[in-house]
Ligand binder design. Structure first.
Ligand code: MN
Length: 252
């Protein structure tokens, strides 16, 4: 069974990141691994796709042993191209990560990591995004790898409903457990740092602080703050079912 499985692995930090190597390692415990990932840093590109330039898939093999196809495109491009052109059979699972930086709360919207997994879901594959809360490239990914392992085991045992992606986040360091969570309502404040260039022209660096707008022990950001890993079922169907019934009663 294990050897029959094909697992597609991508990310948004590019093929040289430690995170994708760690995730490919975990994936290899469950089946054959195909890495199709951006050839450069693509964080915070969200679900963008490349439409005005050709995409190229360049085979690579790194000193670390990681090998696959490097794409001059976005994370969503990688999954679409792998599905349509590069893989010789359908993957049983799509994994994205391990991202260097949290994809909890509103980060989900901006995330290239989550979008690669979402694209997998759109194409009909069970898909999981995995992120480490600590941004640093040298973060200890042990706990994130175990969280990924748990999520992958869950999916192979239970399957995933159509249209649902799993979003996994974990703190750096050892694994302390994983909890089901909801996406916290958050937003960034104090977003830009204004500076002046040598020609006296202003420029701006995006920075920002994550503000938590709701409360609850089952929110992704709060569970992560207690040291646990977080797993959230998310969906790309953006219809607001919460208000649809009431709103659609009103004549327009
Ligand atoms: Mn990233």
């Amino acid at each position: 069974m294990k050897n029959d499985r094909l697992i597609l692995v991508s990310n948004d930090d590019g093929i040289f990141s430690n995170g994708i190597k760690a995730l490919a390692e975990v994936a290899s415990e469950f089946g054959e691994v195909a890495v199709v990932a951006p050839d450069r840093q693509q964080s915070a590109v969200g679900h963008s796709i490349t439409i005005n330039e050709p995409l190229r898939a360049v085979p690579f093999k790194l000193e670390s042993g990681l090998m696959g196809s490097a794409i001059n495109g976005t994370p969503a491009d990688c999954i679409k191209l792998a599905h349509d052109q590069l893989l010789d059979r359908k993957p049983d699972l799509v994994l994205s990560g391990i991202n260097h930086g949290s994809n909890a709360g509103i980060n989900i919207i901006y995330s290239g990591t989550v979008s690669a997994a979402t694209e997998g879901t759109i194409l009909g594959y069970p898909s999981i995004a995995v992120s480490c809360v600590e941004f640093g490239e040298d973060a200890d990914l042990t706990g994130c790898m175990e969280a990924a392992r748990r999520a992958i085991s869950f999916v192979f045992k239970n399957g995933l409903p159509a249209g649902i992606t799993l979003n996994v986040n974990a703190p750096a360091g050892p694994f302390r457990g994983i909890k089901w969570t909801k996406q916290a309502d958050t937003r960034y404040t104090d977003e830009f740092e204004p500076r002046v260039d040598p020609h006296n022209r202003p420029y701006y660096w995006i920075t920002g602080r994550l503000e938590i707008l709701d409360q609850g022990e089952d929110l992704d950001v709060n569970v992560l703050n207690t040291g646990y890993a977080s797993i959230t079922p998310i969906q790309y169907d953006l219809t607001a079912y919460r208000v649809f019934k009431e709103m659609s009663k009103i004549d327009i």
